[in-house]
Design a protein around this ligand. Sequence first.
Ligand SMILES: CC(C)(COP(=O)(O)OP(=O)(O)OC[C@H]1O[C@@H](n2cnc3c(N)ncnc32)[C@H](O)[C@@H]1OP(=O)(O)O)[C@@H](O)C(=O)NCCC(=O)NCCS
Length: 409
Amino acid sequence: MSEAWIIDGVRSPRGKGKPGKGGLAHIHPQRIMAQVLQALEKKVGFDPNDVDDIVAGCAAGSGDHANDIARMAALDAGWPETASGVTLNRFCGSGQQAVSFAAMGILAGHQDLVVGGGVESMSRYSPTHAHGFHANNEHLFEKHPQVPQGISADLIATLEGFSREDCDGYAVRSQERAQAAIADGRFANSVVPIHNDDGSLALDHDEHPRPGTTLDMLGGLPASFEKLGTAVMKGYEKSFDDYCKDVYPQLDKVEHVHHAGNSSGVVDGASAILLASPDYAKAHGLTPRARIVMTATAGTEPVIMLTAPCPAAKQCLDRAKMSWDDIDLFEINEAFASVVLKFLKDSQVDPDKVNVNGGAIALGHPIGGTGPMLIQTVLDEMERQDKQTGLVAMCTGGGMGTATILERI
Ligand SMILES: CC(C)(COP(=O)(O)OP(=O)(O)OC[C@H]1O[C@@H](n2cnc3c(N)ncnc32)[C@H](O)[C@@H]1OP(=O)(O)O)[C@@H](O)C(=O)NCCC(=O)NCCS
């Protein structure tokens, strides 16, 4: 049977996603992605003339993220004109999907050397960016009144009975684990510095973590999505909370438990993974680190939106004829604390196997860039702990989930 091998990967640091404040905010997303491609080439030593395609995830799709960022980044990186590129959008799962499609091209025998990656500069988002998944399609909004994701996260917490303290406790653990991982240099294999055009260093470390975060500190933060949920926003007939209650009439109210300290950080960043067919890798002396065992996607109710990581992971396991116990380490994207708490509740996976180096609450979630970052994080950790299998799952806008199982070679 054919296989798709992961040869290696790199990622940028995650810079604070605020204009004027983050270490990458002044650098165009194509330039961040281009530098990641260059760093991947340098790290592995492959010939970019042989690249069949670059598949990149990016969710914004407009402004500086517009058009085909994969191809533009490849040209900006100085890669040969023959290196084609395609950009895709599966919201937060875009980058993970890019790696899946890269693997599929190889598994189908259509391609031999493909880069799967992703990028997002959230510092360039407009304030209203995350609102309106229906993109002004009123017909769709009547059927599925999709609300901003923070409100969906609050809806999960309300329906599942996760308290603010539950979510804060999870967030403190994310910060503690990320801090331990950083102190131990566990991200060093994958993180590459990003430079300014004059060659000076822009950023070489993740900027979002807040070491020393305590439950008391988080307890003082205001809920971020309460006003957005209870007010009637311009262009809507009722509040987002009321739209939620139309779909979940058993609720009296939506409990707004998420805030700046237990939601994923808004950051800038890019990532890339080189995948190859076994024949190509052997012929060119490329040593694989892992193989893609299986990928899957799932869809769930789109107003609650963020509940599909567990169904996607389960589908991935079933197709691979594996069980939860066959997986040594998990990365479940920390879009919001309630997302991971729901995954843990539904899967009954041991929390000590999940996000062992923290996650997006501490480190940040550069939307399209995150999936390949999580694949690298789990692979680096599998090697560090000498474990064999890892599973990555993410929630996405529109009520979808993405999952990938990988196995060390
Ligand atoms: C929740 C959210 C709106 C908060 O945005 P924000 O208010 O700009 O958040 P910030 O990170 O700037 O933090 C605001 C303040 O909270 C406090 N704070 C944040 N994290 C903290 C922590 N761990 N400990 C203590 N205080 C903290 C600080 O006072 C901080 O202000 P400062 O940076 O000036 O010190 C934003 O993080 C968000 O939207 N996250 C989700 C993104 C998303 O939807 N992604 C897709 C997911 S599917």
